[in-house]
Write a protein that binds this ligand. Structure first.
Ligand SMILES: Cc1cc2nc3c(=O)[nH]c(=O)nc-3n(C[C@H](O)[C@H](O)[C@H](O)COP(=O)(O)O)c2cc1C
Ligand SMILES: Cc1ncc(COP(=O)(O)O)c(CN)c1O
Length: 369
């Protein structure tokens, strides 16, 4: 690609840094970046200006995460207290009225802590297993209420399912068609991260591991996600090229499980996807030696800042050799729909070779819940 010589006009500067031109004008208003002006008052951004834009973005990103941290009530609340409220939100007493579906937007991610001394509302316990923090107030709270939810409380957490049914007579012959319908339903419902899936792999030592990734491509060849080829999951998949996927769509009372062989996608496919990612994600891919032990948070932030600086003046942030996609070719796909009395619907599709005449097709079976 042709690299335009610096300095560059505002549109080009915005494109290179992955921001809107209005953002650059705002940075100028706030005296954060001061491009030179020439003929007709047009702004021209030099190498130093581009570097400053990336640094300002980085500073903004760090400030945002700090704001989020403060908004969670730190210090003064038990870190991670959102987990307990999330668990309690799912609670629906047997025989009680089921809550209607909520959209993703109206679900508060964290429930505020009660004022010290006040009776904590039901469901506001700190998360299971959290250590009492050493700040003032922790001892006071523990005198009022136990730090751990009692075993009985956890045992009471349950939901009655029953919003839909899955019947053989109404399902397509191809599991991917049904998958697309369910994914569309999850999107329409506002399920957060509807394309998030848990990927389970087998390590060289034979031990399993699982983690969440984002589904970024799907066609008849399979389910695609992107990751660092130096990561633990990549080492697993390179040694044992099989994976299991789980889409946990709890809000839909649905789950989809997939198992199949896994292999790397082509470099062209990975490069095309990488190029579509926002600048900050591309920089993150370069800066993070995924799954390696690092000294501390600061060293990661430093690596990100150095990466941002390194790429600030180049035409683009290319795909690293150590980054790309895997595709899981489904052999078995199981659809689960929650039903009353734990008598759920489970429909499993198994791929068969078929005959030369019939070609490849899917066997559909119902499984006991
Ligand atoms: C919602 C969500 C989405 C994620 N998406 C990805 C992803 O697409 N690719 C990825 O490499 N890691 C993703 N992660 C991080 C992984 O869960 C995991 O921490 C990381 O890939 C390292 O896994 P490993 O050490 O088993 O290789 C995601 C995490 C969450 C919670
Ligand atoms: C480490 C990591 N890599 C890749 C991804 C996929 O992100 P993107 O949508 O930017 O491709 C994620 C998403 N959370 C991630 O955490």
């Amino acid at each position: 690609m042709d690299t335009p010589r610096l300095p560059v006009p505002i549109g080009e500067a915005a494109r290179r840094c992955g921001v809107a031109t209005s953002t650059l004008r705002y940075y100028e208003e706030r005296a954060l970046v001061s491009p030179s002006r020439r003929s007709g008052g047009r702004r021209w951004y030099g190498q130093e200006d581009l570097r400053r834009i990336v640094v300002v973005q980085l500073a903004q990103r760090l400030a945002e995460s700090l704001d989020a941290w403060i908004a969670r009530g730190v210090p003064g609340s038990v870190p991670g207290s959102g987990l307990a409220s999330g668990l309690m939100d799912a609670h629906d007493e047997t025989g009680g009225t089921r809550r209607g579906p909520r959209s993703a937007g109206d679900e508060p991610p964290f429930r505020p802590e009660p004022p010290l001394g006040a009776e904590p509302p039901f469901g506001s316990e700190p998360p299971f297993g959290s250590e009492p923090a050493s700040f003032e107030g922790a001892a006071h709270r523990s005198a009022q209420s136990p730090q751990l939810p009692s075993a009985a409380r956890l045992a009471e957490l349950r939901r009655r399912y029953g919003r839909a049914e899955l019947v053989e007579s109404e399902i397509p012959g191809d599991p991917l068609v049904l998958f697309h319908t369910w994914l569309a339903d999850a999107l329409a419902e506002g399920v957060p991260e509807p394309n998030a899936m848990v990927v389970a792999t087998v390590g060289v030592d034979g031990l399993p591991s699982a983690r969440t990734v984002l589904l970024k491509g799907l066609d008849e060849r399979g389910f695609v996600f992107y990751t660092n080829y130096g990561s633990a999951k990549a080492a697993d998949l390179d040694a044992h090229p099989n994976a299991a996927l789980v889409f946990p769509w709890h809000a839909m009372e649905r789950q989809v499980r997939v198992t199949g062989s896994a292999g790397r996608v082509t470099r062209e496919e990975s490069a095309a996807y990488f190029a579509s990612r926002p600048l900050e994600s591309r920089l993150g891919a370069w800066a993070s030696p995924q799954s390696q032990v690092v000294a501390d948070r600061e060293s990661l932030d430093r690596a990100y800042a150095e990466t941002a600086e390194r790429f600030a003046v180049t035409e683009d942030v290319p795909i690293p050799d150590f980054w790309g996609g895997y595709r899981v070719r489904p052999e078995v796909v199981e659809f689960w729909q929650g039903r009353h009395g734990r008598m759920h619907d489970r429909i499993r599709y198994r791929r068969t070779e078929g005959t030369e005449r019939t070609g490849e097709r899917w066997i559909v079976e119902r499984l006991a819940p």
